[in-house]
Design a protein around this ligand. Sequence first.
Ligand code: NI
Length: 374
Amino acid sequence: MSETIQTIFRYLHRNPELPAMEENTTNYICEILSRIDGIEIERFDTCYGLLAKLQGRQPGKKIVFRADIDALPIIEATNLEYKSQNNGVMHACGHDIHISVAIELARKLAEDRERFNGEVYFLFQPEEENALGAKKVLASKKLAGMDLTLSLHTNPGMNCGEIGIKSGPITANVDRFRIVVDGTGCHGAQPQNGRDPIVAASAIVMALQSIVSRNVNPAERAVVSVTHFDGGKDWNIIPAQVILEGTVRTFDAQTRTMVKEQIEHISTSVAEAYGTRAAMEMTDGPIATNNDEKITVIAKDYGLKHGYAVVEGEQSMVGEDYAFIQREIPGLMVWLGVGKGPGLHNPEYVADARAIETGASYFAGLIQQLLNER
Ligand code: NI
């Protein structure tokens, strides 16, 4: 007797694990999948997660469906009866829904495997939240030779069961910056004896606001946020150093480069104008997703023809490391509505689990159509 998908979802929600620690989650998925007829499972050498394979009737195309499996360092603040039992860790990005959709999809396709040609792979990818998982999976070479890839992400801004589809990017290029402003500390009563980095850093924060309004093409979208301002310890001492941190979000590669260069230019020049020095360090995060135009059209048509609530997909400023997989294998990530409520990464995030069934049957049908078409 196999568990219902709702039981599986609740187990996953109750037992979230942080990136690079998904051992129990991987073993659990493995156990559930091993009860499905025709599924072959492979593990990765350098990370948790697994790749499961289902062979259709005859050789043909290879499609990989990707679900990420990790959770976040968040203290869950919901009243769910299946609330997290791993204190301080929460499935607040809906990856428990993603795993459940992939498992249910594997069950459905296993039943139908005499009805399609080719191979379907189910990638249970670890370490999405630290943006390392997709890269580790790609480095394993286990995805070599795949023809296309599909994935989904829950969206708590959409009604339960709605499917948001859009070609091009639906998540952003994510970059992180750190600016160190060095001045000269002195007595708070004698500013003439120092070089105040607090005033210089404040001017930098204000000047950075002009990048999006004055440098970015109005037809493009970008965000520059300073999220961390650290300097000084006491009320009567001007410190020697201030540290600023923040993030840049863009969709277009050229805009991304321009914004990064402009942050460096503004911070060093403004710092100099105030007699201080600034040094900027930029850390690249995930690149923007890029949904394949042709697959997007097929996926939209399929959904509309079969009675799914297909809507235009949102372009969100969040990051997704699935983009690294899409860079090598053409693919599509869709948004799956899980009912409107608190956003992703919010301690009160709750997903309506009825969306699992919708997601699984949608992808089961779409994958069979993609595999059987010539
Ligand atoms: Ni996520």
